[in-house]
Design a protein around this ligand. Structure first.
Ligand code: AMP
Length: 126
């Protein structure tokens, strides 16, 4: 069940500070607080969706269009239209990297890896 007190829900409501890159009616993007790459941004829908599957199954057409519009504008604003990765972790026991915030988010990363990336991989695969 969706927890409306998760950290991203609080950011959407303006209850905690957010370093935004782009925002529209249905989605927003902001810098990750613990960047693992030179550029590390999260793109989220404003609606209450726990993970990527919840979003793709249950979001309205307007929300889905708004989310991808936010994604497109974010890459334009960051100037990363050619070389980047997108990752969506789903579930507390996801096999690659575990989801820790249960509000759907796409990690959009580009540029050089930071030490935090290697530390997280080491922790996940120890
Ligand atoms: P995940 O493991 O896919 O659920 O990733 C959650 C991401 O949210 C992590 O990369 C965190 O660093 C990031 N995060 C957690 N709290 C905040 C916050 N207040 N502002 C920005 N990013 C956050």
């Amino acid at each position: 069940m969706y927890d409306k007190n998760n950290v991203f829900a609080k950011m959407i409501r303006g209850e905690i500070p957010t370093n935004k890159v782009f925002e529209n009616e249905h989605a927003m993007s902001f810098y990750d607080i613990n960047p693992m790459f030179q550029t590390h941004v999260l793109v989220i829908p404003k609606g209450p969706y726990q993970n990527i599957l919840d979003f793709s199954k249950n979001a309205s057409t307007d929300e889905i269009i708004g989310f991808w519009d936010c994604f497109n504008k974010t890459t334009e604003k960051l100037g990363i239209d050619c070389e980047f990765n997108c990752v969506a972790n789903a579930g507390a026991n996801a096999p690659f990297i575990k989801q820790s915030v249960f509000h759907f988010h796409l990690h959009l990363v580009a540029g050089e890896r930071k030490p935090a990336f290697h530390e997280q991989l080491a922790a996940e695969f120890k």
